[in-house]
Design a protein around this ligand. Structure first.
Ligand SMILES: Cc1ncsc1CCOP(=O)(O)O
Ligand SMILES: C=C1C=NC(C)=NC1=N
Ligand SMILES: [Mg+2]
Length: 211
């Protein structure tokens, strides 16, 4: 993984798309130039059992066609079963220590909300950290309050070489602020899932520079 892989990190589950089939949204986002994808199938209406696995495999197949890393959120067993490119976990989901031994050299992304959590992520060689929610979000029911870019700026200045992706309420209107604050990339759900023109949205978000 290089820092550019984090530039526009699309996250999606079936619950996040309403107007069109999820796989159509993912394929259009891939064609338009997202740089990483996270399969995050959560919530009361999430698929389960075989339908869940088949949906994940279909997303993974599309990512392979476009040579884009396929990351699984939280579900380590699924990630191992599919041979995913990586997993993303919260520290309340699992002790990061346990994970690294289970996944070997698979990419490991870790959500961090405090400096201690950053140190834990570093101890277990996380490939990147996720910081957020930066702005208010409706895509994660148990999200912590929005933190703005303060913590993001602190982490970037204290760990200049640690890849950071920011998440939470990010869209074309505020993405530049997030890059200026030091994020290497932005992770988005609704900005793409609810876009009326995915191509325009992806092109706009991938063209944003910190300067
Ligand atoms: C998974 C997650 N973690 C922190 S905020 C969030 C949801 C981001 O969704 P959106 O980009 O629609 O605000
Ligand atoms: C909570 C999250 C934070 N950051 C990222 C990249 N993914 C997540 N699911
Ligand atoms: Mg989690």
């Amino acid at each position: 993984m290089n820092n550019h892989d984090l530039k526009l990190y699309f996250i999606m589950g079936s619950a996040n798309v309403h107007k069109r089939p999820p796989l159509e949204v993912l394929e259009e986002a891939l064609q338009s130039g997202i740089t990483m994808f996270q399969f995050r199938e959560k919530g009361p209406d999430a698929l389960t059992g075989q339908a869940y696995e088949i949906f994940a495999q279909s997303c993974q197949k599309l990512c392979k066609q476009y040579h884009i890393p396929f990351i699984v959120n939280d579900d380590i067993e699924l990630a191992l079963k599919l041979g995913a490119d990586g997993i993303h976990i919260g520290q309340d989901d699992f002790p990061v220590a346990v994970i690294r031994e289970k996944i070997g050299d698979m990419l490991l992304g870790v959500s961090v909300h405090t400096k201690d959590e950053v140190h834990t992520a570093l101890q277990y060689a996380a490939d990147y950290v996720g910081i957020g929610p930066i702005f208010a979000t409706t895509s994660k029911s148990d999200a912590k309050p929005p933190s703005g870019t303060e913590f993001l700026q602190q982490v970037r200045s204290e760990h200049p070489d640690l890849p950071i992706v920011a998440i939470g309420g990010i869209d074309e209107s505020n993405a530049q602020l997030v890059f200026k604050a030091g994020a290497h990339g932005i992770a988005v759900i609704s900005a793409i899932c609810e876009s009326v023109n995915i191509k325009d949205t992806v092109l706009t978000l991938t063209s944003i520079q910190p300067s």
